[in-house]
Design a protein around this ligand. Structure first.
Ligand code: NAI
Ligand code: 15L
Length: 266
């Protein structure tokens, strides 16, 4: 069991799931976000912190032996906004981990690191990145940082390219990209249970019939996602119109993100 698990982005969608369902992983959970939080379990402490502030992040990580890093900009934005949380912020976090001797991190990367591959291409965990947005590029930066801190300083990271982690799949693309909350939780559990993690790339998807991504390289983790987006196929077909075959959302793995304009600074 971990002594103290830090959960960043703890006020967000996945942060709330992690806090509700993963508090058994550590004696103490330190939940943090740029917005103020109130403890939701007996072993939880809350710290308000902007990942953009190096000194605050160093203090935040003190005493933590594991991190679930979910905090940051989770969609496209201007470069300055994306960079503050996802480039400066992730650097501050790894530096703080190095200085405080924190050895293991779950890093919420994103499928948008490979969003400009087409939906008929099958990728394994060694596929070269092809980001679709500044957001995707920022996650690629985080992945690179994780590799450097592993090979130089031995900090292990699960680089998880999360697909679409929501209560249920709600469009045709999610038949391939959906990651259920249960499977997200079981993945975090595996990441902190395995004796040797290393620094693998993992595609964060459920056991979907439709799939573009191949996790065979990380079979050693013993993660067995159980849910299947195909269980919702009928509901999706009945509720959401199928996009035209040549629409970017139906062509590229990144879906609507590939049509985002560059968000110019004000
Ligand atoms: P979210 O947007 O609901 O939560 C992100 C949290 O980070 C928010 O509570 C926000 O206040 C916090 N945050 C933003 N900037 C911050 C800063 N400068 N300092 C401290 N905290 C800051 O996102 P969600 O859906 O919970 O996703 C969690 C992570 O997983 C994100 O990093 C996202 O990029 C990644 N991800 C999520 C996917 C999904 O389907 N939910 C898919 C792929 C990646
Ligand atoms: C992401 O990276 C986003 O954080 C999330 O909100 C979804 O849009 C997801 O990708 C997706 O591709 O469905």
């Amino acid at each position: 069991m971990l002594k103290r698990l830090l959960i960043t982005g703890a006020g967000g969608n996945l942060g709330m799931i992690a806090r509700k369902r993963l508090s058994h992983l550590a004696e103490t959970v330190r939940a943090t976000d740029v917005v103020g939080l109130t403890p939701i379990s007996q072993n939880e402490e809350c710290v308000q912190c902007d990942l953009g502030d190096a000194g605050d992040v160093e203090r935040l990580v003190e005493g933590c032996d594991g991190i679930v890093h979910l905090g940051g900009k989770s969609v496209e934005g201007t470069f300055s906004v994306v960079a503050e949380a996802n480039i400066h912020g992730v650097f501050h976090l790894y530096e703080a981990a190095r200085k405080n001797g924190c050895g293991r991190i779950f890093f919420a990367s994103s499928n948008h690191v490979v969003g400009l591959y087409k939906q008929d291409q099958h990728l394994d965990t060694t596929a070269p990145p092809r980001p679709d947005t500044l957001y995707g590029v920022s996650k690629h930066f985080g992945e690179g940082l994780a590799q450097m801190y592993y090979h130089r300083f031995g900090i292990e990271t699960a680089i998880v390219r999360i697909g679409s982690c929501f209560p249920k799949p709600t469009n045709h693309r999610m038949l391939a990209t959906w990651l259920s909350y249960d499977d997200f939780v079981s993945l975090v559990e595996r990441v902190f249970a395995v004796p040797r993690l290393g620094c693998p790339v993992i595609y964060g998807m459920s056991n979907n019939d439709e799939r573009w991504w191949d996790n065979r390289e990380v079979a050693y983790l013993g993660w067995r996602p159980k849910d299947n987006a195909a269980d919702y196929r009928e509901e999706i077909e009945a509720t959401y119109p199928r996009p035209a075959k040549d629409a970017p959302v139906a062509v590229f793995q990144g879906g609507v993100f590939v049509s985002e304009p560059i968000h110019e600074e004000d």
